[in-house]
Design a protein around this ligand. Sequence first.
Ligand SMILES: Cc1cc2nc3c(=O)[nH]c(=O)nc-3n(C[C@H](O)[C@H](O)[C@H](O)COP(=O)(O)OP(=O)(O)OC[C@H]3O[C@@H](n4cnc5c(N)ncnc54)[C@H](O)[C@@H]3O)c2cc1C
Length: 379
Amino acid sequence: MRKCEVAVLGLGLMGGAALGALLDAGVDALGFDPIGPGSDRGSSHGSCRIFRRFNFENPNYTSLSDEAHAGWIRLQSESGQTILTEAPVLEAGRPGSAMVASSRAAAIAKGRPDPMLTAAQANREFPAFSLPDDWDVVVQDGGAILHTGVVMTLMRARARDRVIPERASFTPHHDGVSIRTDTEEFFAERAILALGPWLGRALPQLAALLKVTRQAVGWFAPSSPESVSLGRLPIFILDRGPDDTVYGFPDFEQRGVKAAPHNHGPVVGPDDWGPQASDGELRPIGEALAALVPGAAGPIIDRDVCLYTNTAPADRRPDAGEEFIIDRWPESRLIVCSACSGHGAKFAPAIGQRLARLATDPSYQAEPFFQLSRYSRFA
Ligand SMILES: Cc1cc2nc3c(=O)[nH]c(=O)nc-3n(C[C@H](O)[C@H](O)[C@H](O)COP(=O)(O)OP(=O)(O)OC[C@H]3O[C@@H](n4cnc5c(N)ncnc54)[C@H](O)[C@@H]3O)c2cc1C
């Protein structure tokens, strides 16, 4: 039986970052995952995610963004690969949009100039848009296209033979965790579960607090290609009302404009990756582009499906839900991570560091808003 100090189950962006942080610290760690970079499964798959420095979700995330940014820049300079491509982030919504107001407040709180623009100014500066005159608009700096496909490949390459490319099951014991794959048995002093949408299956007590949803993604052939190129079109997030948020990217990879809904799709299981995103699922996105970003609107040329995993609202303190879980699992040597919502990718280096510390430093706790004790069943 092979032994190690820390086992990391699940090597998406969170587990991959945790394994990297452990190996960098000289910890005897092993990672397990049956899928690898380039797969169309796992919530980290695909070429890109949005990196935002100022997070409308919650002011708690600003310092996490700063920390993660430093991690991405470090990976970029060590690898010589492009991890972040800087791009402004335009956030717009109906008058009074809470999303726009929160993003504006986060930027101002950090000492940035007021990022507010009128819709007319935004339409002039970025000609792909046709935002209604009365919409609220901010354009934040510090945003970027995060090249997650590159990151996944780099993380796996850096971990080299510390990766066991197999599905693993685990059994907690008082002095450690046994790990079993189809071919081998392991014993780890501690194990990090970074299982994305599969976390609720591994820990059924957590399943009721996790909601896995199917998210359709499309690439659209732009009607005005010059207006959507990198440098002309910002990353955009459009708040069209309750449960109607659409985001998109400039056409940075000559594949069209990637756009998708940020509101939650239908609830599914962690293995429900098919069927492919349908015309019906992508129609509202096409309609939103036609109305608000006509330069980006056009036929669907590519499609994908990904899964969000969101947490339930806390019942022991105010919390709108969808906060990450980064904590030790009670009375065990397990560490759990659920950062698999629609905005976790950008934070992976910061979350990986937290997971590594939870596994190696008994005095360390992640921030209270990430702890399980926000739920009375774990208090
Ligand atoms: C459509 C979409 C758009 C998004 N957009 C953004 C964005 O713009 N910005 C942003 O910051 N975030 C975004 N996110 C969120 C971000 O992608 C996720 O938060 C992040 O990828 C979650 O990573 P993870 O490592 O937690 O999960 P995953 O990537 O799902 O990793 C879990 C891994 O566990 C493995 N696994 C499962 N069972 C086992 C087992 N028994 N043994 C071993 N391994 C196992 C799986 O194979 C998988 O690789 C988006 C997500 C989606 C779906």
